[in-house]
Design a protein around this ligand. Structure first.
Ligand SMILES: [Zn+2]
Length: 194
């Protein structure tokens, strides 16, 4: 049975994703999202607190490829970050983001392949943004038992906008306290671990 999913994303993270996608437009760009997943019986909450720009990616106007060097760079940045590497193992890579310059918010069949292959955990998210219109959306894993959809899309669902909250830093800290999750003593960097 598929759980309801709720996404809490930090406003500064959303702004950083917009800036990154606009700086590289008309080429696609992207990176990984960092945060945590918390489960209750009927709800999976995913909190996104930071991003790491994908370095050494292969970018075109219609594609983005993460290379082995991209992943090595992500792991290096995570290892070097005191909070994320040692404080609490619940903090981890929660998904990825990438841009679709001028062509809208959806997942291509290649995107779906990437998402299922590299971000297969239940809370794995894919954020897509069109840097021209600033439209964005978040996708999560669907229910494999649904058979009446097209071949690939049955595995993916777009998270309804009403299940996504964009919060300020103060609001996120309050929310993490309510969820009884350790708050870092140092501020959580929003980008590269931001
Ligand atoms: Zn794409």
């Amino acid at each position: 049975m598929l759980k309801n999913i709720k996404v809490i994303i930090r406003l500064r993270v959303l702004d950083a994703i917009k800036q990154h996608s606009q700086a590289d437009s008309p080429l696609e760009t992207g990176g990984v999202m960092i945060g945590l997943c918390a489960e209750s019986p009927n709800l999976l909450s995913v909190v996104v607190t930071s991003i790491i720009h994908g370095k050494y990616t292969i970018k075109t106007r219609t594609s983005l490829t993460f290379t082995p060097e991209t992943w090595a760079s992500v792991w290096g940045i995570l290892d070097a970050n005191v909070f994320y590497s040692s404080n609490d193992p619940v903090w981890s890579i929660t998904g990825w983001y990438h841009s679709h310059p001028t062509y809208g918010v959806f997942l291509s069949s290649f995107d779906i392949f990437i998402h299922r292959y590299f971000f297969s955990h239940p809370g794995g998210l894919a954020l897509v943004i069109d840097p021209e219109t600033e439209e964005w959306g978040i996708f999560g894993h669907g229910d494999d038992s649904i058979v009446d959809e097209s071949e690939n899309l049955k595995f993916i669902r777009r998270i309804p906008q009403e299940n996504i909250e964009v919060l300020t830093d103060t609001e996120i800290i309050h929310r993490l306290q309510e969820m009884k999750i350790n708050i870092p003593a140092q501020p959580i960097p929003a980008q590269e671990l931001i």
